[in-house]
Ligand binder design. Sequence first.
Ligand code: AG3
Length: 276
Amino acid sequence: MKKRQTWFTEYQTDSLSLGLRVDSILRAEKTPFQDLLVAETETYGRLLALDGAVQTTDRDEFVYHEMITHVPLFMLEAPKKVAVIGGGDGGAIREILKHPTVEEAHLVEIDEKVVDAARVFFPAISVALSEPKAHVHYTDGIEWVREARDFDVIIVDSTDPVGPAEGLFQAEFYQSIARALTPGGIMVAQSESPFLHEALIRQMHHGMKTAFSDVRMYLAAIPTYPSGLWSFLMASNQSVAPASRCRSQKIDTRYWTPDIQTAAFVLPKFVEDILG
Ligand code: AG3
C-alpha cells in the first residue's frame, strides 16, 4: 500500500507557495496570538510555522540566526547589553551568547507558547535560553523598548508584518529603538525578500532613516523563506565598520565568516535600486 503523503504548504503570496513533505505533525495549536505548528519535514528537519509562515527549520536556521546577530555584534569591539524583539525560538540568543563580552541578552517575546514549543521540540535552537545571561520577557516588544535604555545592539527578529508583528515595521518603533540604544548602538531588523517585498523594504528603510543617520542592507541565502534571498536592515547613529576583533576572535559558526561580514553588504543592482 502506498504511504499517505502529508505536505506542509506555505502560501507565500497569492500565487506562490513552498511545499515540504512532512513525516509527522508534532504540535498544532492556537495560541492567544497566532496558529503554531511544529512538524517533522523530510528535507529540512523540524519546522516551526506561525500563522502558516515558516519561522525556522533545524537545517537552515543557522543562516538566519548567525546573520541577524553576528553582523551587528562584530561591528562593535565590546557589545555588553543586547536585546532581541521576537525570536522566541531562542536561536538569536544562542548566537549572541557566543560573544564573551556580552553580559545580558534579553529576549522579548509576546507569545510564551513559541518559547515553550522551542524548548520542547528545538533543543539545539533554544539551548541558551536557560543560561544565566539570558533574560526572557513575555511582553509586547513595542512597550518594552519604550522603557529600555543603554543597549549596544537591538535585534528585531520578527514574523511577517501581519498580526502581532505589524507595529515592529513602523517608523515610531525605530525611533523608540534609537532612544534605547547607546550613542554608537546598532539595530538590525529582518526585512524580508527583495524579490517579493519591495514596498515593505522601502517602508522600513524610510522609517529607519527618520531615526538613524546610517542605514544599510545586507543579504543571506535562506532556502525555506520566500524566494530564498533574505535581507536585513542595519541602522546606527554613528557610521560603523567591522571591529578588529571580527578577524581575531574565534567563534563557532557555519555561515558567518569575517569575509561574509563585509561581503554580505555588497548588493545586486536591483536591490540597490529598491533602496534608491
Ligand atoms: N523570523 C521570520 C522571518 C519571516 C519568514 N517569513 C515567511 N516565512 N513568510 C524568523 C524567526 C526565527 N527566529
